[in-house]
Design a protein around this ligand. Sequence first.
Ligand SMILES: Cc1cc2nc3c(=O)[nH]c(=O)nc-3n(C[C@H](O)[C@H](O)[C@H](O)COP(=O)(O)O)c2cc1C
Length: 409
Amino acid sequence: MLRFLTAGESHGKGLVTIIDNFPAGVKIDEDFINDKLRLRQSGYGRGARQKIETDKIEFLSGVRGGLTTGSPISFFIKNKDYENWRDRMDPYKSVPEESKIHTPRPGHADFAGSIKFGLDDIRNVLERSSARETASRVAVGAICQILLKNFGIEFASAVLNIGGVGVEADEISGEKKKKGSELNSDPFALNLIDLFDEVISRNIKNSELRMLYSEHEEKAKAFIDKMKAEGDTVGGLITAQVKGVPVGLGSFTQWDEKLDAQIAMSVMSIQAIKSVEIGAGVKSAYLKGSECHDSIYCGSSGSFYRKTDNAGGIEGGMSNGEIISVTCAMKPIPTLMKPYLDTVDLNTCEAKKAFLERSDVCAVPAASIVVESAVAFSICYFFLKKFGGDGFAEIKRNYDGYCKNENKN
Ligand SMILES: Cc1cc2nc3c(=O)[nH]c(=O)nc-3n(C[C@H](O)[C@H](O)[C@H](O)COP(=O)(O)O)c2cc1C
């Protein structure tokens, strides 16, 4: 069973990650991983922290001569900012009373975390609950993508809107994906988005906010600027897609073996993600059965296909061969630069304003890369479950054998 663990604090020395049960013989492309890490750090609206860090993966084990060995993969991502926090993050030096935090920020792990662990300094919670941890998850997702690329499985992600500026939530459904040329003639009829389409992927690549349309980007930037000036923050809507997934990843036989359920858990576990939809998602509730379900056809080559994709590529907890699409909402960043939110001192019960800590105004573009990575892990988990073997060649044999017979199963 593929699994991973992460450790590390936001301002500690760095992040340590262990991936267990990753097969041997997979050629590791370090540039691909570092590029995903760079994208996680970028995007309009990020705080000063991102100017300090240039995240790079440093393998500690499990990779030799450019190939995975089958042993646990471990890697380190350094926090350059640690130099500025050495004193406060030292494992032995005692923490001066005046630097302790007792006022939990609403919307963060601060309140429940410090009560749960009985901590008298909220920094012990916020250091670990911080989304700095998502750098580990992005590297794990990139390693999963490297394996899956060998089997024609590709991933893409984009920002649909920033605080409602961009594609409206009710314009999105999982109907059959539209090509960029069609979208250009009617750019706001966005029922259908194929993130792999050439025009759309170029738009995303050229956008500082990873948005589908440049006309949305300027407005969204202006909105972020306004939020920044007001000392406020903003969230947004993200989509991620996977293409080339063979029929039958995941299972209908047990609740926790369902692909959609595992994707939902992976994505929902990302800091600040508050909803996960597969395909038409919430919109399914408003459709008739005859409108919602994706009719099945067989082409002249004997392969099955659909004309719509409201199911988002998953039926009965299994991939059905169509594009898998996931849409999720990110809430606004909970650390605000002005004291809007009320809180209390946990020691004295005194009414206070939530404390200010250097922070992002908007991290939706970064989160889109994290979402893509989380989905990549879930797909890889089920891919290895289905075709698993200890080494790449064995997996390839299993995959090829299954795909030859896929339509006959
Ligand atoms: C990529 C990314 C960057 C984030 N940056 C910040 C930040 O700078 N400041 C902050 O307060 N929260 C930030 N968050 C959100 C918090 O980490 C998150 O809201 C908090 O841990 C509480 O978790 P919850 O929102 O899932 O309940 C970020 C989240 C992501 C995904």
